[in-house]
Design a protein around this ligand. Structure first.
Ligand code: ZN
Length: 287
């Protein structure tokens, strides 16, 4: 199944994508795609509901705004320097254990929403990533059991303000957490739709020019390894998001660096997980 959310900002409702051009309103199911949904066998119940109700459910108009494909989770955990080529381009050593950092959950937004240059920001950068959504609570899980705790996968652009991230002391979270820095979707594809999360091509273009293209097989630590590793440091709750790192080709690594400007268009995609696009806009106080 492909789960999505639609409607105005802050009032998103649950939906499903049944085919490339058929998205339906799934409010009839009676629950948002949130922690409680995932924790209470929601995917199984939804599959039953869809089998009998999807055909008659209202179709969404093509221009309907999509929100983040899941409701706000308890946390978004990101992995740093997880692709060999990206570590090399940023002149960082490939970490011997996963580097993890947080991204605020208020950064979440719809897949095609504009990305807002934060107040005082000058170094807005892109990062196409495979995001993992947890389906079950995970504590100290083994790598061999890890994927059974995953609900599915979605496309994420881990937007970063490099000056906030790297020039303000302390942790990367400052440069990762601004509003609109986590467009998630268009949809959450359940695990059965992605039999091998380590065999997905991913790409990103800026103003039509390809900047990133790689494959999730190039990850240093794969999805199962990451879920297991993180679960030894914190409890992963149903609906939590793990963003698994970005391949080479970010703006920071260019010589000279290339950062996004108001008016730029960023487009990205991953095999089986669709595509998204964000137009760069100035902060409302700067317009
Ligand atoms: Zn990232």
């Amino acid at each position: 199944m492909k789960l999505l959310r639609f409607g105005p900002v802050g009032q998103e409702a649950p939906g499903l994508q049944l085919a490339e051009n058929r998205r339906i309103d799934a409010r009839g199911f009676g629950s948002d795609w949130n922690e409680e949904f995932f924790a209470n066998d929601g995917l199984e119940r939804l599959a039953h509901w869809a089998a009998t109700h999807a055909a008659a459910a209202p179709t969404l108009a093509p221009e309907t705004r999509l929100g983040a494909c899941i409701a706000r989770p308890s946390k978004i955990i990101c992995i740093g320097l997880n692709y060999r080529d990206h570590a090399a381009e940023t002149h960082a050593k490939l970490p011997v254990e996963p580097v993890i950092f947080f991204k605020s959950t208020t950064a979440l937004c719809g897949p095609d929403d504009p990305v807002v240059i934060p107040l005082g920001g000058t170094k807005l950068d892109w990062e196409v990533e495979l995001a993992v959504v947890m389906g079950r609570t995970a504590r100290h899980v083994n790598e061999s059991d890890a994927l059974a705790h995953v609900a599915g996968y979605c496309l994420h652009n881990d937007y970063s303000e490099r000056a906030f991230q790297l020039e303000h002391c302390g942790q990367w979270v400052k440069g990762k957490s601004c509003d609109t820095f986590a467009p998630l979707g268009p949809f959450l594809a359940t695990r059965d739709e992605v039999p091998d999360p380590q065999a997905l091509e991913l790409w990103l273009r800026v103003n039509g020019v390809e900047q990133q293209r790689s494959n999730t097989r190039e990850m240093s630590f794969g999805v199962a390894s990451l879920v297991s590793y993180i679960s030894h440091f914190m409890t992963l709750l149903p609906g939590d998001v793990i963003s698994t790192g970005t391949p080479a080709g970010v703006g920071l690594a260019k010589d000279p660096p290339q950062y996004l400007q108001a008016g730029d268009l960023v487009e990205l995609g991953i095999d089986k997980l669709g595509r998204s696009q964000q137009r760069v806009v100035p902060h409302p106080d700067m317009r």
